[in-house]
Design a protein around this ligand. Structure first.
Ligand SMILES: NC(=O)c1ccc[n+]([C@@H]2O[C@H](COP(=O)([O-])OP(=O)(O)OC[C@H]3O[C@@H](n4cnc5c(N)ncnc54)[C@H](O)[C@@H]3O)[C@@H](O)[C@H]2O)c1
Length: 429
C-alpha cells in the first residue's frame, strides 16, 4: 500500500486526502490546526461539501486516513496550504515555506513532492531549493537540467475544483501537471492516475503556476465586466440582468452575471500574484480587481440611500457566504457589506443564510445583528438586501417581497414577472 502525506486539510486537502484513501492509499493528513485534526480523526468534515462526509467517514473508519500535526515519511507529499496575500497585495508564501520545511526531514530518495497551492510563478523552484538546502544528502531537480539524476521528484499540479462539486470535479477535471523535469511530471501523473479520469496535460512548473493564475484572472476580468455593467446600468436606469440576458442572445457574446463583489480564497486573491510579478504589464488585470473590490461599496451606497428613508430600518440581508450554496466566508463581499451596515447607527440587521449555523465571528459582538430564518427575515424587515443567490433563496416568490424595499445584488428577482408581483422598490445591482 502506498503512503501519502497530505499537508493542509482544508477545502482542497481534505477532499483530496479522502479521495486517495478511497483508492487504497494509506493517507496521513497533516494540519497545524488541532481542531481540524480532531474533527477529521472523529470522522467529521469541518466544512460542508456534498458527499465529503460519507467519503471521510469511510476513510477514517477503515483506518486509511488519519490526521496529525506533524508529517511522516511517505512515498508522496502534497502541499495544499493557504496562499493569501499580505499588505500591498503581495503574495504571502509563509504557509508554503513552513509546510516545505516541515516535510524536509522526512523526504527520502524516491519521494514525490507536489505543490497544489495556487502559487506565484517560481514557487515550485523555490520549494525545491528549500528542500535541497535542508537535505544536502539528496538530489533535487532544477529547471536548468531536465535530464539530471535526481532522488526526489518535485512538481506543481494546481487544483481547479469548484466548491459544491469538489468530489465530482476532483475525478473528472483535466489536470495541469507541471514537473520540474519531465520525469517529475511523469511521477506526478502516475499518482493522480489513481483517481483522475480527466486528461493530464504536461508542462513545466512555471507554466503550470501561470496557467492557474491565468484561469482565475480570466474569471475575475469577466466578472468585473459584468459588475461594471451593473454599476453603469444602476446609474442610467437600465435593468442589468435583462440587458445581459438579451446581449447573450448574440451568438458570440457570453457575459457573466454580476454580484455583490468577488470573494473566496482564489479569484479575489490570485490575480494579484500576476500584478505583483509584472505590474507595468497587468493593467487590465489590476483594474478588474479594483472594479470587483469596489462593487460592495456600490451596493452599500444603494442600501444607505434606501435606509435613510426609514427612522430605524430593519434590514434583512440574504446570504453572507462568498458565493451561492457553500458555507465559505473567506473574502466574502456579502459578509463585508453586512459588517459595514452593522456599524451604522439606528439600524437593525437580520442575517439569513442557510449555510451558516451561527453568526460569523465578525458580527457576534454587534447587538443590532440577529441570525434568523428566511420566514422571520421576510416578516420583520423593511428592506431586503439580496446578496447571495443560494438555491433556497431562488425558491422565494417575488411577491413575498411586496411592500418591501429590495436591493437585489444577486439577481434573485431578475426573472421576468407580472407588474403586480413587483416589490415596492427594487434596486437591481
Ligand atoms: N478552496 C478552493 O476552492 C480552492 C480551489 C483551487 C485552489 N485552491 C488553493 O489551494 C490552496 C489551499 O486552499 P484551501 O481552500 O484548501 O485552504 P484552507 O484554508 O481551507 O486549508 C488550508 C489548511 O492548511 C492548514 N495549514 C496551514 N499551514 C500549514 C502547515 N504549515 N502545515 C500543515 N497545515 C497547514 C490550515 O490549518 C488549513 O486547515 C490555496 O493555495 C488555494 O488558493 C483553493
Amino acid at each position: 500500500m502506498k503512503k501519502l502525506c497530505m499537508v493542509g486539510l482544508g477545502y482542497i486537502g481534505l477532499p483530496t486526502a479522502a479521495m486517495f484513501a478511497s483508492r487504497g492509499f494509506d493517507v496521513v493528513g497533516v494540519d497545524i490546526n488541532p481542531a481540524v485534526c480532531e474533527a477529521i480523526n472523529e470522522g467529521r468534515a469541518h466544512f460542508h461539501e456534498p458527499d465529503l462526509q460519507m467519503l471521510l467517514s469511510a476513510a477514517v473508519s477503515t483506518h486509511r486516513l488519519r490526521a496529525q500535526p506533524e508529517p511522516i515519511e511517505a512515498d508522496a507529499y502534497i502541499i495544499a496550504v493557504p496562499t493569501p496575500f499580505r499588505e500591498g497585495n503581495k503574495p504571502d508564501m509563509t504557509y508554503v515555506e513552513a509546510a516545505t520545511k516541515s516535510i524536509a526531514p522526512h523526504v527520502r530518495a524516491g519521494s514525490l513532492v507536489i505543490l497544489e497551492s495556487t502559487s506565484p510563478v517560481g514557487s515550485t523552484e523555490a520549494m525545491a531549493a528549500t528542500l535541497a538546502a535542508a537535505r544536502p544528502d539528496l538530489r533535487f531537480p532544477t529547471l536548468k537540467d531536465n535530464s539530471a539524476t535526481i532522488d526526489v521528484h518535485v512538481a506543481h499540479c494546481p487544483e481547479r475544483i469548484l466548491p459544491g462539486q469538489m468530489l465530482r470535479e476532483l475525478v473528472a477535471n483535466d489536470r495541469i501537471i507541471g514537473g520540474m523535469t519531465d520525469a517529475c511530471s511523469k511521477a506526478a501523473q502516475e499518482l493522480y492516475a489513481n483517481f483522475v479520469s480527466g486528461r493530464c496535460h504536461f508542462t513545466d512548473a512555471r507554466t503550470a503556476e501561470f496557467v492557474k493564475l491565468t484561469e482565475n484572472a480570466f474569471r475575475d476580468v469577466n466578472i468585473a465586466f459584468a459588475n461594471e455593467l451593473s454599476m453603469i446600468c444602476d446609474r442610467i436606469g437600465v435593468d442589468v440582468w435583462a440587458a445581459i440576458q438579451l446581449a447573450n442572445r448574440h451568438p458570440r457574446v457570453n457575459i457573466l452575471q454580476p454580484g455583490a463583489g468577488v470573494g473566496g480564497h482564489c479569484i479575489a486573491v490570485d490575480p494579484w500574484f500576476i500584478v505583483d510579478a509584472a505590474p507595468e504589464e497587468s493593467r487590465l488585470i489590476r483594474t478588474a480587481r479594483e472594479v470587483n473590490d469596489h462593487k460592495p461599496m456600490h451596493v452599500l451606497n444603494s442600501i444607505r440611500r434606501h435606509a435613510d428613508r426609514f427612522k430605524t430600518p430593519v434590514i434583512a440581508c440574504y446570504g453572507v457566504t462568498y458565493k451561492p450554496d457553500v458555507d465559505d466566508l473567506r473574502e466574502s463581499p456579502a459578509l463585508h457589506i453586512v459588517e459595514e451596515i452593522a456599524r451604522w447607527e439606528n439600524v437593525k440587521i437580520l442575517v439569513c443564510d442557510p449555510f451558516i449555523e451561527a453568526l460569523p465571528k465578525s458580527l457576534v459582538a454587534n447587538k443590532n445583528v440577529r441570525k434568523v430564518d428566511a420566514a422571520t427575515a421576510l416578516k420583520e424587515s423593511d428592506i431586503a438586501v439580496l446578496l447571495v443567490s443560494h438555491g433556497s433563496f431562488r425558491q422565494i416568490e417575488a411577491n413575498q417581497f411586496l411592500n418591501k424595499v429590495v436591493v437585489d445584488a444577486a439577481g434573485l428577482l431578475s426573472a421576468p414577472r407580472r407588474v403586480e408581483d413587483a416589490p415596492r422598490s427594487v434596486s437591481r445591482l
